[in-house]
Design a binder for this molecule. Structure first.
Ligand code: XIL
Length: 434
């Protein structure tokens, strides 16, 4: 009865796993594979037990046959021969059962192996791209910076060069000169490019902020920009921050920027719909800062927005955690992991997109650098361990060029002399090691 139940449960498991084949070696498929391997092990043990029983029956049959040969009394000889036959039949039966158990085990092991390269996934998830923001003019002026990028990073986020003010300096007049050179340079060195960003309330050009718009006019501007830019980079930029920083911690939970004020809260929905139509192959992200702690009011609001998008059928693929934090205000690795898990549970990818950790604690330098290391390392670990975390990006390489422009903050992984700081070794370990 117990065996019957076990077989039924296993059949159900096999059916369920074959019905929904996961995209990656997800945690779920790894644990399912683990369960299959355990069951396979049980079948193998049962098979060995049957073989031992078969051997015993075989010995008994041989002994009875030998005795029968020596026995004179015909009645006793007949009994012994019958006994030998009985033991031979039993031995055959046990061997047959052993074969059946072995076959079952092999079937389960094959099935488990199909569930996402079990061995590799159980040992460690494959490395994930380590990215950084790049300012093109800084990179061009500083060969040491270029060297660090080429040696240590696998992905680039243009820091400002793909923003609306840079690509569309006048209405309807696009300038891809710098952006093209940058993107092609990265691709020619085998680096991925994250597209940052299409719809952002900051850094808007004068032609947008200096006049009044109707909702329809601004929607048309948004559509034209998204279509033109995404089509231009189709096949080169596989992932875009479609909407950047729409959610606020206070008040009504929205950032009151031009897009929100003129179009209303559905500007986010519209942007994602335009983006999917413009490049159906691109991965579409919502990107924001201050969303690392799982229950911070801002994170809760970001989750509410994203949850709305998902349930309304708005095409969104992932959420970027900018992760501009400091030695005072930060999330530890477990908190970041929980935040990622909750977005992943909505069926979305996640990424760390702009991490830097300001060291303005005023403590001794070694202690500051150690806290910075733990914070960077915690997020990198969370990303490596979350099957849906697709990349880990820092907002710049060296403290010499940080966007904060305050040397004491020293928020990046290489110091102003381009020497790696403790944080770099932790991040490198979690993100890149095989
Ligand atoms: C920053 C750039 O690094 C600066 O050079 C620029 O002056 C302002 O914008 N969140 C974002 C990024 O999404 O686009 C911002 O980049 C940093 C905060």
């Amino acid at each position: 009865m117990r065996r019957l139940f076990l077989v039924a449960a296993l059949a159900l498991l096999l059916f369920l796993t074959s019905a929904a084949e996961p995209r990656t070696a997800s945690a779920q498929s790894v644990s399912e594979a683990g369960a299959l391997m355990v069951q396979a092990g049980r079948y193998e043990a049962a098979s060995r037990r049957e073989l031992r029983k078969a051997a015993r029956e075989h010995r008994l049959a041989a002994a009875a046959a030998k005795k029968a040969k020596k026995t004179r009394a015909p009645g006793a000889r007949k009994r012994l021969r019958r006994s030998a036959r009985k033991h031979r039949v039993r031995a055959a039966l046990h061997r047959k059962r052993a074969r059946r158990q072995r076959k079952r085990a092999a079937r389960l092991r094959r099935r488990a192996a199909q569930l996402g390269q079990v061995r590799a996934a159980l040992v460690r998830r494959p490395p994930i791209p380590l990215g950084t923001a790049i300012d093109w003019s800084e990179l061009q002026a500083d060969p040491a910076l270029e060297r660090l990028f080429l040696d240590h990073f696998g992905q680039m986020s243009p820091e400002n060069e793909l923003k609306l003010f840079a690509l569309q300096p006048r209405q309807g007049v696009y300038n891809f000169y710098t952006a093209d050179r940058m993107v092609d340079w990265a691709l020619s060195h085998g680096k991925r490019v994250r597209g940052h960003t299409l719809v952002y309330g900051n850094q808007l050009p004068h032609w947008m902020t200096s006049r009044a718009w109707t909702r329809d006019e601004l929607l048309a501007v948004m559509r034209d920009h998204i279509e033109t830019v995404m089509r231009h980079f189709h096949g080169r930029v596989a992932e875009w921050d479609v909407v950047n920083e729409a959610v606020g911690s206070w008040g009504d939970g929205w950032v009151h920027n031009l897009w929100y004020d003129v179009i209303g809260p559905d500007y986010v929905d519209q942007a994602f719909r335009f983006a999917r139509a413009a490049d159906p192959d691109a991965q579409l992200f919502y990107n924001d800062y201050g969303t690392e702690l799982p229950d911070h009011p801002k994170t809760v609001r970001a989750r509410a927005l994203v949850s709305h998008l998902v349930s309304a059928g708005v095409p969104i693929d992932g959420v970027g955690l900018e992760s501009h934090v400091s030695n005072q205000f930060k999330a530890d690795g477990f908190e970041v992991a929980e935040t990622m898990r909750r977005f992943a549970a909505m069926g979305l990818d996640v990424a760390v997109t702009e991490m830097d950790v300001r060291t303005n604690g005023g403590g001794p330098l070694a202690a500051e650098l150690d806290t910075q290391r733990t914070t960077f390392g915690g997020s990198a670990r969370a990303c490596r361990m979350e099957p849906r975390c697709t990349s880990f990006t820092t907002w710049g390489i060296s403290d010499r060029y940080s966007w904060f422009e305050v040397p004491e903050l020293a928020p990046l992984m290489f110091d102003a002399s381009m020497v790696p700081k403790p944080a770099f070794w932790d991040v490198e370990d979690w993100v890149r090691k095989p």
